[in-house]
Design a protein around this ligand. Structure first.
Ligand SMILES: [Zn+2]
Length: 307
């Protein structure tokens, strides 16, 4: 078991009041984020990212992996449009789908990931990376880092003037996070170490001397799935939709074919409801994920002093 948490991982504010404790995490009254509590040890995290997390054969069954590739292709197009010329760094690049999509557009792109054997993916912490980048991407990865604020500060240092930082994280202030509480899909304990609100993310980017240009409650993806997973999980026997859509090698526990089929059928029936809920929460401005684009200004603001 790791250490008990006394300060917020995002804003460093105190979170030692017992009334702030939730199941597996602690809420920060200052910034509205939550920090996983107790903080998992390196061994616990190693076990939590076992071979099943991202097996070589791919994670998802059926059209899942190809759908994921298509979505990454769209993200690559957007990045290519908003970033100045130069290389792109994808922090927590997973199986490298985004860097491949960027390379296909003629961009130099490298990724950071645990235990990768690819030449364009380095097993490094972002703090160990040097050089100059046109964009740094944290696509559902910032929440996995033990020092997310330090990572933002270093990412800003890596950006060339005019370079962009792109972040997508689950939004703890979303309606789905509130509706499903301890059973919200995107808590993903213990792998997610910090659970950010949209407000906390945008505030952190501004505090890192970046100009926030665009914030979206839908572009970060997973908004419908968060609802669908939650709704299916309310059914008798608490079926786990995430396990059901994964390939056999990517599951944490065995699932009989009939259990899997019943879970997928329930998901099919509940999909319209999940889509409606996602639409409503996004329209209310608090989507299940928050996506932000922030730019390093080309020139630092000049302070004029008069004699
Ligand atoms: Zn905080």
């Amino acid at each position: 078991m790791g250490e008990a948490v006394t300060t917020c991982l995002w804003c460093c504010g105190p979170v030692d009041d017992p009334r702030l404790r939730l199941r597996g995490r602690v809420r920060c009254p200052g910034c509205g984020s939550q920090t996983t509590d107790p903080m998992p040890s390196d061994e616990e995290l190693g076990a939590a990212y076992g071979d099943w997390y991202r097996p070589d054969v791919g994670r998802f069954a059926g059209v899942g992996d190809s759908l994921l590739r298509r979505l990454r292709g769209r993200s690559a197009m957007r990045l290519d449009e908003i970033a100045p010329a130069g290389a792109i760094l994808d922090v927590g690049c997973g199986d490298g789908t985004l860097i491949e999509a960027l390379q296909a557009r003629g961009r130099r792109a490298i990724g950071l990931e645990r235990q990768s054997e690819r030449a364009d993916v380095l097993d490094l912490d972002i703090s160990e990376v040097e050089g100059e980048y046109a964009a740094v991407v944290f696509w559902h990865s910032l929440e996995h880092l033990p020092d997310p604020r330090g990572a933002l500060v270093h990412a800003r240092r890596l950006l060339k003037p005019g370079g962009v930082l792109v972040v997508a994280v689950p939004n703890i202030a979303s309606l789905q996070a509130r509706a499903f509480g301890d059973r919200w899909f995107a808590l993903d304990l213990p792998r997610h170490l910090v659970h950010l609100s949209d407000r906390a993310l945008v505030g952190g980017l501004r505090d890192s001397d970046l100009v926030v240009e665009h914030v979206s409650p839908v572009r970060g993806g997973q908004v419908v799935f968060g609802w669908l997973f939650g709704l299916v999980g309310l059914l008798p026997g608490r079926p786990n939709l995430y396990e059901a859509i994964r390939r056999k090698a990517a599951r944490t526990r065995p699932l009989t074919p009939s259990q899997r089929l019943a879970t997928l059928a329930a998901a099919g029936l509940l999909l319209p409801l999940a889509a409606l809920a996602a639409l409503l929460e996004s329209a209310a401005g608090h989507g299940g994920t928050v996506y932000a684009e922030a730019r390093r200004p080309i020139a630092a603001a000049r302070v004029t002093t008069y004699p």
